[in-house]
Ligand binder design. Structure first.
Ligand code: GLU
Length: 361
């Protein structure tokens, strides 16, 4: 059974004035249904709530006595817009006899393995019951420091968590360009192979209402591809794009990230995405750094640790710093910070971070 995550950007779903583009959304739903009838499981990550809420309330209608700050705007607009957005999806899928389910999540909900597994179980049970999960960030609750960079980041996490074969990121341009969009000579980069680094030539501009930019899309796509997921970045405003991408129709313009071979364990995937949640760090010596980064799979032993920083519990995610203070790996600590301090530099102790729970950055 194939499993695909499709991320739909604000600029795809809304018109220039921020109102929902019903024709476009309807076409997307029809294409998703075509995939589903072929036996594909589809998970949608949909933006558009904030833009929709903003257009519904309008500037003059911000009832409050004071000007809304950006956080208040996001909270208000998303609370209002998400209802409309999910309502529209619900109606359009209902025409096909399909039931949808809404998942609102936050970055924090990926921070502990328990919450991560809960979310995964939730989406698995929806798919098993032929319900289409439609995911968005819970913008009403997540505050600035704890929010996803954008829904691209969220879609990468979801694709990884759900072991998707393919992640399709739909935006309002044809893919990642090798230069600024304003430059007519810029072309879409058609394929990015494992190990390629084309980040230097990517334009940094953003367009319209969404939060994401091309550089963040690139980083997220590259990471997902490294984990064995095929990633396609394409123009969601092009008619039939999902079907064309799925069927590999010749001439369909997109940027494809070719996946690495050899999967990554699900625990490692979770850890790889968790560096932002590290509760502390340890600094290791040059020999330990070399061993961890070498060809062989090795665990981090206390003998290679020079110092322990922060306050963490056994099972928490910690960052691993090289002698120069550079963060080069993350892993799950088998010790609390206090226990780790006691064994720093000692021989014959159990690993501080077992290889199975270690991810190089
Ligand atoms: N969660 C935001 C929304 O629904 C979108 C964030 C983004 O632009 O990626 O409007």
């Amino acid at each position: 059974m194939k499993r695909i995550v499709i991320k739909i950007g604000t600029n795809v779903l809304t018109r220039a004035d921020g109102t929902l583009d019903i024709t476009r959304i309807s076409s997307i739903v029809d294409q998703v249904e075509a995939l589903r009838s072929g036996g594909v499981q589809v998970i949608l990550v949909s933006s558009g709530a904030v833009a929709c809420g903003r257009s519904l309330l309008g500037r003059g209608d911000q009832a409050g006595a004071h000007r809304l700050d950006p956080v208040e705007q996001r909270q208000l607009y998303s609370a209002v817009g998400q209802v409309q957005l999910i309502g529209l999806y619900s109606r359009l899928f209902k025409d096909w006899g399909t039931t949808i389910g809404q998942v609102l999540t936050m970055k924090e909900s990926f921070s502990t393995r328990r919450e991560y597994l809960n979310q995964r179980a939730c989406m698995e049970v929806m798919l098993a019951n032929k319900v289409v999960p439609i995911i968005n960030e819970n913008d009403t609750v997540s505050v600035t420091e704890l929010m996803f960079t954008d829904n691209d980041e969220l879609s990468g996490l979801v694709a990884s968590m759900m072991d998707a074969d393919t992640l399709i990121i739909l935006t309002n341009v044809d893919g990642i360009y090798d230069g600024p969009l304003s430059d007519k000579a810029s072309k879409v980069i058609e394929k990015v192979y494992p190990g390629d680094d084309v980040s230097g030539s990517i334009g940094t501009q953003k367009s319209g209402f969404g939060r994401g930019g091309m550089l963040s899309k690139y980083a997220i796509a590259a990471r997902a591809a490294e984990e064995g997921i095929r990633v396609l970045i394409a123009n969601g405003k092009r008619e039939g794009i999902i079907k064309d991408l799925y069927n590999d129709v010749p001439g369909t313009v997109c940027t494809e990230f070719v996946p690495s071979e050899g999967g990554v364990s699900s625990v490692k995937k979770w850890i790889a995405h968790s560096s932002g949640f590290a509760k502390g760090t340890v600094t290791v010596n040059a020999a330990a750094r070399k061993a961890l980064c070498g060809e062989n799979a090795v665990s981090l032993l206390p003998v290679g640790v020079v110092s322990v920083h922060g306050d963490f519990e056994e099972g928490d995610i910690i960052g691993i710093l090289g002698p120069e203070g550079d963060l080069f790996a993350v892993g799950r600590s088998s010790y609390s910070a206090a226990q780790a301090r006691e064994v720093v530099g000692k021989h014959d102790c159990r690993p501080l971070v077992h290889y199975d729970y270690l991810s190089l950055l």
